[in-house]
Design a protein around this ligand. Structure first.
Ligand code: ZN
Length: 478
């Protein structure tokens, strides 16, 4: 059997998180609303209405194009894509065809083995979403709530080579969309949907063979699985001497199988023409520059900077840049802790992330702000409280118990600061434990830990462990 290579291009539909729809003032996100309650004459396609373009959708589309290193088109156009389907009340979708908002570009992916891969972007265009239909007790029902929701369709070049790479692309795209704030990118809510074009070729060949399109792969696991299934089917077919036909497949997530839907439409089937009810979208050089300047540092760049500037391990840098809010939290805390990058990273990797998991909050939503974290870290580092008290304070500040230093003062949680008191306590313990003291002096130095434990027990954990150890050694060696 020959060796084959899988060639994959992905088309993603990204729901922009604008307040209103792309051509009317209905709410953009009506997740969970009863069917047909978030519609108006414009988005339900009644005769005689005119679309009005949402400027924020254009800005977010352009920002995404900038994040993809794409060329932002100074003049783009809307076109009508004509097809008939019950969820499309106008009989056409307003989309962009030959002059979209963004052209070209690329996204760099980091693979699990640490290597990087560049996926070229073919184009990004703005469009409106269609409604949805469902079959209920043998009847087809239609819900127009989603009609007119702003989408960016982003198409990659056929640069991906496995289901796993496609899954990585989607995972990192989802992170990036949230990072730059253009989409909630919640796949369960359909904010990020994916179609995959799959073909195979002999390894080493550079030709593109007939592809099939898998529709509705709407989770990252499904992308991985559906592509593997389809590649295997194509290889089996070619090995059996059959020809691959161009058609559309529907991924059934419930059964994990692909179902043939229809022969694939070609562009000519849609009879595109310019949307006569909308003007061209003109972006001045200043507007394009403003969009590009508003682009934040992207996750990969920030990750590299964290490794470089803070000497974090690749793993810690990866976790701390998994979300923009978390990485901002980290940098602010480091600054407040006088640049103690590794220390803050340890606290965040161990305790802060646990607190986020326990409370179900993102870093930005925590009541415990970087200033609170820095205060607790400094109390521990300054020998004012022990680490266990510090860790327990995280949850208490988060629960609204007030400032950490105030809780320590009010509840007497601070370590024994008075050396004479500590010395007295230790002397008392030594007096009560003559045989252990004798054994220690006879060379059983491992008993030091036992003595420290006794001091901690007697002081209710309020002895500074470092100072205790020093005083014990001093008194035991007298
Ligand atoms: Zn509407």
């Amino acid at each position: 059997m020959k060796t084959y290579e899988i060639v994959i291009g992905l088309e993603t539909h990204i729901q922009l998180n604008t307040a209103s729809k792309i051509f009317c003032s209905c709410k953009a996100d009506s997740w969970g609303a009863p069917p047909n309650t978030n519609i108006c004459p414009v988005c339900s396609g009644l005769p005689g209405v005119l679309p009005v373009l949402n400027a924020e959708a254009v800005r977010k589309g352009a920002l995404l194009a900038a994040a993809m290193h794409a060329e932002i088109n100074p003049i783009s156009y809307f076109d009508r894509k004509n097809y008939f389907y019950p969820d499309l009340p106008k009989g056409y979708q307003i989309t962009q065809f030959d002059e979209p908002i963004g052209k070209g570009g690329y996204m760099d992916l980091r693979m699990p083995d640490g290597s990087e891969r560049r996926v070229r972007i073919h184009k990004l265009h703005l469009e409106e979403d269609a409604g949805k239909t469902k079959i209920d007790r043998g009847e087809r029902l239609v819900d127009f709530n989603r009609c007119g929701v702003p989408l960016v369709e982003m198409v990659t070049e056929p640069d991906l080579r496995s289901g796993e790479e496609a899954a990585q692309y989607l995972t990192q795209l989802r992170q990036l969309l949230r990072w730059i704030g253009v989409s909630e990118a919640d796949m369960e809510r359909g904010h990020l949907r994916c179609d995959a074009n799959v073909s195979i070729r002999e390894a080493g060949s550079s030709m593109l063979n007939t592809k099939t399109e898998i529709k509705n792969v709407n989770s990252i696991d499904a992308v991985r699985q559906a592509i593997s299934e389809e590649a295997k089917r194509q290889i089996d077919a070619v090995e059996a001497g059959q020809r691959i036909e161009s058609y559309t497949l529907d991924w059934d997530a419930d059964t994990g199988t692909l179902r043939k839907m229809r022969s694939k439409e070609t562009e000519a089937d849609y009879r595109y023409f310019r949307e006569p009810d909308l003007l061209p979208v003109v972006l001045t050089a200043a507007e394009i520059a403003a969009v590009q300047n508003s682009l934040p540092e992207l996750p990969l760049a920030r990750r590299a900077r964290f490794i470089q500037d803070y000497q974090l391990s690749a793993y810690d840098a990866e976790i701390l840049t998994s979300e923009r809010g978390l990485s901002d939290y980290y940098e602010e805390s480091v600054q407040l802790c006088g640049g103690a990058a590794k220390l803050v990273s340890n606290w965040m990797m161990n305790d802060l992330i646990r607190l986020m998991n326990d409370t179900g909050k993102s870093a930005a939503e925590l009541r415990l702000r970087p200033a609170d974290l820095a205060e607790i870290i400094q109390l521990v580092e300054g020998g004012k409280i022990n680490p266990a008290t510090g860790k327990s304070l995280l949850a208490r500040v988060e629960a609204g118990a007030g400032k950490a230093s105030q809780i320590v003062a009010d509840e007497g949680l601070g370590l024994i600061a008075d050396e004479d008191t500590l010395r007295q306590q230790i002397a008392a313990i030594l007096e009560e434990s003559p045989s252990e003291m004798q054994n220690f002096r006879a060379g059983k130095e491992s008993l030091l830990g036992w003595f420290v434990g006794q001091v901690m027990r007697r002081t209710g954990g309020k002895a500074d462990p470092k100072r205790t150890r020093e005083l014990l050694l001093e008194l035991l060696r007298q």
